[in-house]
Structure formats: C-alpha cells, structure tokens
Design a protein around this ligand. Sequence first.
Ligand SMILES: [Zn+2]
Length: 191
Amino acid sequence: MRRRLVGAILIGAIASIAVAWVCAGWGKLGPCVISSHDDETFRSWDGLGTTLRSFERRSSPAYTSVDWRVGWPIRCVHCTTLVFGFLALPNRAADVRGAVRVPAWTASSTTFTVDTDMLGDKYLPVRPLVAGFVIDTLFYATIAFVVLFAPGGLRRVHRRRRGRCISCGYDRQGLALGAICPECGKELSIG
Ligand SMILES: [Zn+2]
C-alpha cells in the first residue's frame, strides 16, 4: 500500500509538470488586458493552463518584468524575465530565471510571447509554485491511484503478470501474444 501511494504521488508530480509544459507549449493565451498608470503598464493574458503577466516601466530605468505561470488545474511552475530598456527596442538584454531554454519547434508561437515574440528564444518554466504544485500533484496522484490500483485494475495487473487473460483469467501459457482467448474470445495481448 505504501509503495503504491508513493508511486501514485510520483506519477502525480510528473503528470503535473508534463501537463504544465503541454499548457506552456500549446495553451492559447486570451486577449491582453492592459491597465496603465502614468509611465507604468500592466498587461495580463490568461489561457487554458497558462497565465502571463508583465509590468512595464517606461521612465528611467526602463524595464519590463514578466511572470509566466503554467499548470492545470492550478498553475504549478513559473519563470520570470527581466527585460532592460524599452520593450519596443531590439536586442534588449534579458534576464530569464526559473526556465529552461527549448528548441523553438517544441513550442507554439504563444510560448513566452510578449506582444510579438519577445526574445526570439523559447522557454519552459521550471520553478515550482509550491501550493499549486502540491495541489496538482495530489490531483493527478488521485487519478493515477484510482486508475491503476482500483480493484479491477489491480486484478488485471495481477492476471497480466501471471500470464493470464486479463479479461477472464484463463491461463494463456503457450498461446501467441495476439491470439484470441479460447475461454472468452477476447483478443488481448498479455505483453
Ligand atoms: Zn479470456
């Protein structure tokens, strides 16, 4: 039981990150919500499993900071970027934290985009947001536990291990992998 719990939690943690990165790569951001005060502008975008917020300051020292959070159902990892100078200028120096750089083809055009393709590089957030990470991990761990270890699932795993038909329990020893079960007629691989 303990091993199963640990296994489910591990699967939950991996699933949280995997889902977050899928949201990062393919989650479409909705329209930009802008609010400005004097020389400061807040922008925010929301999408399925992805949230981008930026703060731009135009008076000296001008900079833009961006916080990108991904994850579903709760945002569980994030990264931040500090861009020095005006957002409109090319070749801005940028300080990206809590992210890994990824090949451009792995991500859609929405990935880490401010206005248009802010930095040219693509990133995936890796810094955990503790509360979100815990909630997402428990969420996926629960699903993993129910799917893998519910009584029916357990019985199927057990039958498969013992080389029996996972549908009816007939001993399949000597039968080809894809062969139809002589007992119940189901064509089931026991791999
Ligand atoms: Zn069978």
